[in-house]
Ligand binder design. Structure first.
Ligand code: PEP
Ligand code: MG
Length: 601
């Protein structure tokens, strides 16, 4: 008999096998309990004692996160600790205990429900994003007050490895998991380019998204075998299925050994064409893996994940310190730091985002920065200060007009002047490049390159905006392809514009991690790819096997193709002539080392 099979989209390759742990936000049923007058003071003491306990538990978690991941991520728990100790909220619970003689848990339960409803239905996107935090705290508080065991083990210390089953993961939630024990994710929502998926990929945690009905189909403790390459999730797999997974894992292992062998070799095609392979870094803890996988610099340092879940934006000094840290780790190599790309599906709690019907078409990214100088200017100053003795470059996301670029550069110049005036040690300026993420930027590329030091294609957004397909919508996942001819032709257009303008061009969206797409990009003339660090070895393997002449021919053929499948067929054919396609996954999800994948029967 075969195990029950669920299908989704493989968003982060690798195999994981562990018991399921569902992420359900069900709060315990709180009984309506009143107390005698002489018990009221005791209930109030219990309330504050529970808040102190929960804060201590969160502080422990914060310290563990600080040790394992760094101070930026640990900051996430500061927000939860603050919420736990919120004096206004606790005061309102205390008042209710006094006024209606309720038990601590009953009063807390009532007030918590009110607050959650207000946040969930309110207009403030920041508060809606924080509901998960709020619920997590309320869960802890109610469990303390009701003397219930902490079975929401994912929030505290997990003793065993688990596969998380969730409806949807936000980037903020994803970074909070105990990553020593969470070996895989299965989500009902999400696609390859949703930010939680990008994070899972960068962290090397196998994940399958877009699995409809996963939460109902999988009960806690069910053994789950997931393949983040094929998108297949098997519940209670048979021994044959496990055996097959083991064989596949061992094939991947063989490939990994081959990849290890070329770790110190350059990314040069057999006919001598060099391709720079840089790393995308989302979180500080990815610096080490990026170095380990041989990143020749950082082609995209995302800065928004640093602030996800924090109650305040990082100070200028804190940012300066972080940028210097990354610069030092990659000394002598380029480090491209992207200014805040907030909005869309990235809402840090410190960011007061309005409710919008279409956030990806809304107040996002450079628009936010230009409208909120208090947010943008400290980041520009930090960049200038960190660039004093480091090879740092600044990259602006989501540019759609020349005005935006001009205004951002103006603000940079103003901050530079101010720093010089104040005698602060800082670079006079630094190279400013733009991300090409919209058809508008593609059309304006000839002009943009005149005013930029470099361009980098954000293919996730370029695909989303070209095809009008929401990058995070699981229902549309098979309609989202960066190998669509309309995207391919724009890639060519931008590369030609950059070459004509004499500036470097690169690609830093997820497509650059895909072996088929890598052939196309090299063939189109992109000499620099920035990718999730765990994918660097496989892309290097591809570069080292495909002559640039063959890649150029394939790219020329792709430009004549009129369908996505025709583009894929051309690339598969080109790659298949020089490498074993059983090793290089034909759909582009890459075999590579996984974190914590385990095989237990
Ligand atoms: C992109 O859009 O391709 C990109 C690299 O930026 P992000 O994924 O952070 O939006
Ligand atoms: Mg983008």
């Amino acid at each position: 008999m075969t195990g029950h099979i669920l299908n989704g989209v493989g968003v982060s390759p690798g195999v994981a096998f562990a018991p399921a742990l569902g992420l359900r936000w069900s709060l315990p049923d709180v009984p309506d309990r009143t107390v005698d007058d002489d018990e009221i003071d005791g209930e109030i003491l219990r309330l504050y004692a529970a808040a102190a306990d929960v804060s201590a538990q969160l502080a422990t978690l914060r310290e563990r996160t600080r040790e394992r991941a760094g101070p930026e991520e640990a900051g996430i728990f500061d927000a939860q600790i603050m919420m736990t100790n919120d004096a206004t909220f606790l005061g309102s619970v205390e008042a209710l205990i006094r006024e209606v003689s309720l038990s601590a848990e009953t009063a807390y339960g009532f007030k918590a429900l009110d607050l959650r409803e207000a946040w969930e239905t309110g207009k403030n996107a920041m508060l809606r994003e924080r509901v998960a935090d709020l619920t997590a705290i309320q869960l802890r508080m109610l469990r303390r007050l009701m003397h219930l065991p902490d079975d929401e083990a994912w929030m505290v210390n997990l003793d065993e490895q688990v596969v998380i089953i969730a409806r949807e993961l936000s980037p903020g939630l994803t970074v909070q998991f105990d990553r020593d024990h969470v070996v895989g994710f299965v989500c009902e929502e999400g696609t390859r380019t949703s930010h939680a998926a990008i994070l899972a990929h960068s962290l090397g945690i196998p994940a399958v998204m877009g699995v409809r009905g996963a939460r109902d189909a999988v009960t806690d403790g069910t053994m789950v075998l997931l393949d983040g390459t094929t998108g297949i999730v098997i519940l209670d797999p048979t021994s044959d299925e496990l055996e097959l997974a083991r064989i596949q894992a061992s094939r991947r292992h063989k490939l990994e050994m081959q990849l290890e062998a070329i770790a110190d070799q350059p990314a040069v095609t057999p006919d001598g064409h060099a391709v720079g392979l840089l790393g995308n870094i989302d979180l500080p803890e990815e610096i080490e893996p990026a170095l380990h996988y041989g990143a020749e610099g950082v082609g995209l340092l995302r800065t928004e994940f640093l602030v996800t879940g924090r109650t305040s934006m990082p100070s200028e000094n804190e940012q300066t310190e972080y940028f210097r840290r990354v610069g030092a780790a990659f000394a002598g190599k380029p480090v491209v730091i992207r200014t805040y790309d907030l909005g869309g599906d990235k809402f840090p709690s410190a960011f007061d985002a309005p409710h919008e019907a279409n956030p990806f078409l809304g107040w996002r990214s450079i628009r936010v920065c230009l409208d909120q100088p208090d947010l943008f200017r400290p980041q520009l100053r930090a960049l200038l200060r960190a660039a004093y003795d480091r090879d740092l470059q600044l990259m602006l996301p989501m540019i759609v007009s020349m005005d935006e670029l001009a205004r951002a550069k103006e603000m940079l110049a103003e901050e530079s002047e101010a720093l010089q005036r104040d005698g602060v040690r800082a670079a006079l300026t630094l190279p400013v490049g733009v991300m090409i993420e919209t058809p508008a930027a593609v059309i304006l590329a000839p002009e943009l390159v005149q005013a930029s030091a470099f361009v980098s294609i954000g293919s996730n957004d370029l695909t989303q905006y070209t095809l009008a397909v929401d990058r995070g919508n699981a229902r549309l996942a098979d309609r989202f392809s960066s190998l669509h001819p309309a995207v391919v032709r724009q890639l060519a257009q931008v590369q030609r514009a950059a070459a004509a303008g004499g500036i470097p061009s690169s690609v830093c969206g997820e497509m650059a991690s895909n072996p088929l797409a890598a052939v196309l990009l090299v063939g189109l003339g992109y000499d620099r790819l920035s990718i999730a660090p765990p994918s660097i070895p496989l892309v290097k393997y591809v570069v080292r096997h495909v002559p640039v002449a063959a890649a150029r021919q394939a790219a020329a053929d792709c430009l004549g193709a009129t369908t996505t499948s025709a583009v894929e067929a051309i690339l598969r054919d080109t790659l298949g002539r020089v490498v074993d396609m059983r090793l290089v996954d034909p759909v582009g999800a890459l075999p590579r080392p996984t974190v914590g994948a385990s095989f237990r029967t």
